[in-house]
Design a binder for this molecule. Structure first.
Ligand SMILES: [Zn+2]
Ligand SMILES: [Zn+2]
Length: 148
């Protein structure tokens, strides 16, 4: 994982460069995204923020996510029929999805999958604009516990 404090500062700088407003709600969202514990979806981010800021609006969460996606500061992953977000590692990377507990783990250190977009361009002349590599299976915890 990238140091969440460094990611927070980097995202903050990008928003400032774009002239985005830095409200307390937005800063709290950036804090959550800098960690992106478990690749939350927008609904979960909203719920977590609402515990702290009862007046926060869903629109703030969605608008900020859209802005960060456009700025390349958050990676959107389509899983479980929803968009999930990784603001800690905003670049494309493989994910490992547990089919039992639904956890989304990072598989970004798999060497054979690095620079795969460049390999595809070389071999097939196909220009990759967006990539999403997902492996489905059982996480270490679920392998240890028998199915309920
Ligand atoms: Zn699991
Ligand atoms: Zn990830």
């Amino acid at each position: 994982m990238t140091d969440p404090e460094l990611r927070y500062q980097a995202i903050l700088e990008k928003i400032q460069q774009r002239g985005g407003r830095l409200t307390s709600h937005r800063l709290a969202l950036l804090r959550l995204l800098a960690v992106s514990e478990g690749h939350p979806n927008a609904a979960r981010l909203y719920e977590e923020l609402r515990a702290q800021f009862p007046t926060i609006s869903r629109a703030t969460v969605y608008k900020t996510l859209a802005m960060l996606k456009e700025a390349g500061e958050v990676l959107e992953i389509e899983l479980h029929n929803d968009s999930h977000y990784d603001g800690n590692k905003p670049f494309a990377h493989p994910h490992l999805v547990c089919t039992r507990c639904q956890r989304i783990l990072d598989g970004d250190e798999l060497a054979p999958l690095q620079n795969i977009g460049q390999q595809i361009a070389r071999q097939y002349g196909f220009l990759v604009e967006r990539e999403q590599v997902v492996f489905y299976g059982l996480c270490p915890d679920c392998q240890k516990t028998p199915e309920a």
